[in-house]
Each structure stands twice: as structure tokens, then as C-alpha cells.
Design a protein. Structure first.
Length: 201
């Protein structure tokens, strides 16, 4: 007989980008000391991203990645570049970062763009969407086509909880929330996140 899943709990994460620069084991140790269990690394710069991922993995932290999608560039090419960047790393989830405001795309064009991006991804990677409510409503017309993918929601409440979520885009809840804008942690520019996990503490 299968065992029941452990009760969900909330865990802490940080996300970093190429602008965070290379990171040191001391920085990651400082994050761990504050209870960070996962790091989400941006794929914008292959050399910076791979250095960041190595330090994160070496420290025993969980690893997700995100690819910032530029609407004026090819969806498939951007996803192939991201997959090349993360080759060889045990990535738990690849997030599609949907927040580009300068592409000039209509909501319908954005939907097709995202469908192509998703179709391009190697099936070995679990996917999710990073966005925010105001953006999704304005730029994607509150489209519900991607509601079955987990949501990483940007909502700067400054406290690490998932309370008060107002559904949009067909999502009934968040898997993860980016709850602060950029701040310094362990000498590195990060944003703080909180996420649901069924793994025991």
C-alpha cells in the first residue's frame, strides 16, 4: 500500500541572475545559515550561471533555473541556449520567466511564443511559469492556457508566506512566491522566495 505524502510545508529560497555575479561558498553558507534550501539561477550568461550552479550544488542546496524570455528573440533558440547552459546539473525545475514588456507582442502572439518555448524543452525538465498578476493580465490577456504548469508568482509582500493569493491566469495557487525585490544577502544581490514542498524538514 502506498504511503501518504507528508504534509506540505513552506521552505525558503533565493533567486540570482548574471547581475549577481560569481558567488562564493561563503555566500552560500550565509544563505544556508538563514534557512535557505533552494537557489534559482538565471541562465542569461552561461559562464556566470554555470559557476553559480556549481557552488550551489557543491553546498548541497536544491537547484532550479529560470530563463528570461525576450519576446523579440526566437523562443526555441532561447530555450536551447538555456538547456545548453544547465547541461550536467541536477536541475529540479526550469522556470519560464515571462515579464518582457518591450516585445510589442499581442496576447495571442505571446501565447504562441510560450507554446513554442515549452514544446522545445527537453522532457527531462519539469517546467513552471514565473510572472506577476498585473503583467499576465495586461500582456497575456489573463490567458488560462498554462494553468497546469506551476506558478512562481512575483508579489512583494516582504514576508515569507503564501497567504492572500488572488487567482489569475487560471492558477488557483502559487507553488512559489518571490516576496522581496532585490536585496543583499551574504554579499550577493538576491531576491527572496518561499515555496511549497512535501519533503520533510
Amino acid at each position: 500500500m502506498s504511503q501518504p505524502h507528508p504534509k506540505e510545508r513552506l521552505a525558503l529560497a533565493v533567486d540570482i541572475s548574471n547581475w549577481s555575479g560569481t558567488i562564493s561558498p561563503d555566500a552560500v553558507a550565509a544563505w544556508q545559515a538563514e534557512g535557505i534550501e533552494k537557489v534559482i539561477v538565471g541562465t542569461q550568461n552561461i559562464h556566470v550561471a554555470r559557476q553559480q550552479m556549481k557552488v550551489v550544488v557543491d553546498a548541497g542546496l536544491r537547484l532550479d533555473v529560470y530563463v528570461y524570455l525576450y519576446g523579440h528573440l526566437g523562443a526555441a533558440a532561447q530555450m536551447h541556449d538555456a538547456m545548453d547552459t544547465i547541461t550536467g546539473f541536477a536541475v529540479e525545475r526550469l522556470w519560464l520567466d515571462v515579464e518582457d514588456e518591450k516585445s510589442g507582442k499581442t496576447p495571442e502572439q505571446w501565447v504562441e511564443f510560450l507554446r513554442l518555448a515549452i514544446k522545445t524543452v527537453n522532457l527531462n525538465y519539469a517546467l513552471g511559469i514565473y510572472t506577476r498578476a498585473g503583467y499576465w493580465r495586461a500582456y497575456l490577456g489573463n490567458n488560462i492556457s498554462f494553468r497546469d504548469l506551476p506558478l512562481w508568482n512575483a508579489w512583494y509582500m516582504q514576508t515569507p508566506n503564501l497567504d492572500g493569493f488572488t487567482p489569475y491566469g487560471g492558477w488557483k495557487r502559487e507553488l512559489m512566491r518571490q516576496y522581496t525585490n532585490t536585496q543583499t544577502m551574504g554579499g550577493v544581490s538576491v531576491c527572496r522566495d518561499v515555496y511549497r514542498t512535501k519533503e520533510a524538514a
